[in-house]
Design a protein around this ligand. Structure first.
Ligand SMILES: O=P(O)(O)OC[C@H]1O[C@H](O)[C@H](O)[C@@H](O)[C@@H]1O
Length: 294
C-alpha cells in the first residue's frame, strides 16, 4: 500500500509593507503553500513541478479588515453586493484559527476554522462553523470549504473560493470547459450563452456560469491548470480589464494582465442549511507545465 504524502505545517509571519501577516506554511514533498490566518486565505501555492500558481500583485495590500487581492479569498455568507451584508461577507477578513492537520480521509489536510461570534451575530444572527481544508499532493491542490449550521434555526448563505489564478498574459489565456453554458453577465445583468470555446479576456469579464460541474482548464500557452469542483453549483469568471483595473488601488498598472479569477461559488440560489446540517464544496486544481499535455 502506498502511504499518502506527509503534510507539514509551520506557523510563520510574512512581512508585508502593511506589517506582519500571520500565516501557516504548508509543505508536502516539493509542494508548498502558504495560508494567511486572516481569511484562511491561500496566498501561495507552488506545486511539486513548476512555480507559483496563485496571483499576488506588487501593490497587494494587507491589514486588518482589508480584503487581500491575491491567492484564494474565502467568500461567505454573501457574494459581492448581492444582499444587505458587507461586500463578499466577512469570512475573507476575519481571523481564523489553525486547528492542525487532519488525516481522517487518508489524505492529510490542514484545517482552518471560523465560528460565529458576537460581531458576526450582530450583522447576521446565525450560528455557523466554517472549516477550510487544504491538501497538497504533488501537483494537486485541494481546498474544501465546509459550512455547518450549529444553531437551532435554518439559514441560507452564498459562498465562493475567489481564486486569483496566475497567468502569463491575458492575450494567450484560454479557459475551456464552460462553452455553451448559460451565464449571467454581472456587469449588464443579462443571462446568455457564449458559443465561443473560451471567453475573450480583452476587457472586463464578470460572468456567473450557472449549474457548473465537470472539468475546466485554464491555460496561458505555457502552463495549465485542470480545475474540478464538487458541491459548488456555479463558477464566477472575473477579470476587471484595463479600465476598471485602473481604479483599483491595490492592483499595480498592468497587473490585471497577470490573473484570471475562476471562482467555484454558490451565488444563486443560496444554500439553505437546516439546524445541524452541513454543506461541503471542493476545489481541486492540478498543475500542468505544458498546456498541450495532460
Ligand atoms: O474587489 P472585490 O470586492 O474583491 O471583488 C472583486 C470581484 O469579485 C467577483 O469576481 C465579482 O464577480 C466581481 O464583480 C468583483 O468585482
Amino acid at each position: 500500500m502506498i502511504s499518502p504524502p506527509a503534510l507539514d505545517a509551520r506557523p510563520t509571519t510574512f512581512d508585508s509593507a502593511d506589517g506582519p501577516v500571520p500565516c501557516v506554511d504548508l509543505a508536502s514533498g516539493a509542494a508548498q503553500a502558504c495560508v494567511a490566518l486572516q481569511g484562511a486565505q491561500l496566498l501561495s501555492w507552488v506545486p511539486a513541478r513548476g512555480g507559483e500558481r496563485l496571483f499576488h500583485g506588487t501593490a497587494t495590500r494587507y491589514g486588518a479588515g482589508r480584503g487581500i487581492r491575491a491567492g484564494i479569498p474565502v467568500i461567505f455568507p454573501q457574494f459581492a453586493d448581492q444582499g444587505p451584508l458587507i461586500r463578499h461577507g466577512w469570512a475573507r477578513t476575519a481571523d481564523w484559527s489553525f486547528l492542525g492537520i487532519e488525516t481522517d480521509s487518508g489524505t492529510p489536510a490542514a484545517v482552518f476554522a471560523l465560528d460565529d461570534d458576537a460581531t458576526s451575530r450582530a450583522q447576521w444572527p446565525h450560528r455557523y462553523a466554517l472549516r477550510l481544508h487544504v491538501g497538497l499532493d504533488g501537483n494537486t491542490l485541494t481546498v474544501a470549504l465546509e459550512v455547518r449550521n450549529r444553531g437551532d434555526a435554518p439559514f441560507d448563505f452564498a459562498c465562493a473560493l475567489h481564486s486569483y489564478l496566475r497567468v502569463g498574459s491575458l492575450a494567450a489565456t484560454r479557459l475551456d470547459g464552460l462553452a455553451g453554458r448559460a451565464f449571467t453577465d454581472r456587469s449588464s445583468g443579462e443571462t446568455r450563452i457564449d458559443a465561443a470555446a473560451s471567453p475573450r479576456f480583452d476587457g472586463e469579464v464578470d460572468r456567473t456560469y450557472l449549474g457548473c460541474d465537470g472539468e475546466r482548464r485554464l491555460s496561458d500557452g505555457h502552463a495549465a491548470l485542470r480545475i474540478e469542483t464538487t458541491g459548488f453549483a456555479d463558477t464566477v469568471v472575473w477579470n476587471p480589464g484595463a479600465a476598471l483595473a485602473a481604479g483599483l488601488s491595490d492592483l499595480a498598472p498592468g497587473e490585471h494582465d497577470r490573473f484570471v479569477c475562476v471562482e467555484p461559488a454558490c451565488v444563486e440560489p443560496r444554500i439553505i442549511l437546516a439546524p445541524g446540517a452541513s454543506w461541503r464544496g471542493t476545489l481541486r486544481m492540478a498543475a500542468c507545465e505544458d498546456a498541450a499535455s495532460d
